[in-house]
Every structure is written in C-alpha cells, then in structure tokens.
Design a protein around this ligand. Structure first.
Ligand SMILES: [Zn+2]
Length: 248
C-alpha cells in the first residue's frame, strides 16, 4: 500500500494522537532549518554559543541581531501545519502537538493544544519588571533594554536557551499526553536531542516517522517510516482527505 495512504488509515483508526514536530516542518514557511543555521558561524561565533543566557546578558546587541536575522521573520503556516490543525479541528480525535519549534505556526494554523517544549519566539518579557512584549513590539525596538519607567532591565524571548532547564509543567503535560495517546506521529525532526530521543523510545503505541532520509539510526523500530519531503506527504494526505471527504 502507498505509505501516505497507510498514514491516512492510521490517523483514521486512532483516537488520541500526539504529533511531535521539529524544524523540518517549518522550512517550507521560509524558516531556516537548524542544520543550516548551525552549520556556519555568525560574526565568527557559533550559534549555540549565542543562544545562551550568559551571551544574551553580555552581548545583547549581537544576540538581538542574530534572533532578528533567523527567527523574527513573519511567516505563514504551510500545508503541514494546516493538515495537522484540520485533524484536530474537523474530527473528534483528541490531538496534541508537542513541538520543538518556537515559531508559533501550529497556533497560527488553528491548532489549540500545542506544547512548546522550547518556548515561543512570539513572547518576550523584561527580566526585571516582567512586562510582556509581543513580536511586533520587539520588531520596533532598537535594543533589548526595557524603557518602562527607566527600568533598564533585559528583554528576552520566552524560549529555552542552551544550558537552561525545560519548563517542568510543560514536560509533565507532554508525559501525560504521551501516556494516554494511541499514536505518535513524528514529523520534521531527526530526534537529535536527548529529550526527543527519550520521548520516542518510551512511547508504547503506534509510531510513525516522517522526515527526509536520515544518516543516523532511530531510537526504535517504527510502525511506519516515510522518507520524503514533508510538505509532499501532507499535501498527499490533504488530497486523500478531500477525495474520501473525511478524516474520521
Ligand atoms: Zn522592565
């Protein structure tokens, strides 16, 4: 059977689905894949050294410029975000998205339950007075110094930087959703991070893996593996949905 048709059947036969998504699903919205960002230095500095709290406090201007260049880009959801939102909104399936992405595109596409394990680039706050800032506010700023009543505090994005801990509440919610789910669909991540690897390894239900061909091995044998362009897969899935006129 065609693999996408198989995926379609798995979705139709599932009741509680967790999608686990990574940067690969947003590249068709114009965002750079991390592999691309991390493969070169930025002004002579390694990106993983820029995205740390210490760097942000010491060199806020370079941090801000870097984030502006790579992350503060106005983007729209693509077919993958849209089909995932359809599955949660047009069926009575219980759908939860656990995402490594900080771009907020799942929510823009209409998905309601999104657990952002690395936080969101759309939410910023002053570390001193706690004033929140939107992405639009931030785009109009020249520096990351808070001007509120001469506060002068640092403004930072609500994302998990390197060497920072994950939010335990989000992790608990992920664990709970994974325990009750019957299907886990992984899309656009090579499961390089330890957390992603562990999540997938311990999942007990049906597991589907969709990504470009990988060099490294997966944490376990998947029930279905699709190695293809991700937008292609979801485009075909949308065609099947239209043809058969349903996700059940
Ligand atoms: Zn402030």
């Amino acid at each position: 059977m065609d693999k996408v048709k198989e995926l379609f059947n798995i979705i139709n036969n599932s009741h509680k689905i967790v999608f686990f998504t990574g940067a690969g699903i947003s590249t068709d919205s114009g965002l750079s894949d991390f592999r691309h960002i991390y493969s070169k230095s930025y002004k002579g500095i390694k990106p993983e050294n820029i995205l740390t709290k210490g760097f942000l406090e010491k060199y806020p201007d370079i941090f801000f410029k870097f984030v502006k260049d790579y992350f503060l880009i106005k983007t729209k959801p693509n077919v993958t975000h849209e089909v995932i939102a359809d599955i949660s909104n047009k069926t009575d399936k219980d759908v939860c998205i656990i995402t490594q992405n900080i771009d907020g595109l799942h929510q823009k596409a209409g998905s309601k339950l999104v657990l952002e394990i690395h936080g969101s680039i759309n939410k910023w706050y002053c570390t001193d007075c706690k004033k929140p800032f939107s992405m639009d506010d931030i785009q109009n700023l020249d520096s990351l110094k808070c001007q509120e009543d001469d506060c002068n505090g640092f403004i930072r994005p609500n994302i998990i930087l390197y060497n920072e801990n994950f939010n335990p509440m989000i992790l608990r919610a992920c664990k709970h959703k994974l325990e009750e789910a019957d299907t886990l669909i992984i899309a656009g991540t090579s499961l390089r991070t330890l957390l992603a690897y562990e999540i997938v390894k311990h999942f007990k239900g049906k597991t589907v893996f969709i990504n470009h061909p990988l060099k490294k091995s997966l944490p376990k044998k998947m029930d279905l593996e699709i190695y293809d362009d991700i937008s292609n897969v979801f485009e075909k899935l949308r065609d099947l949905e239209n043809e058969e006129n349903y996700f059940l």
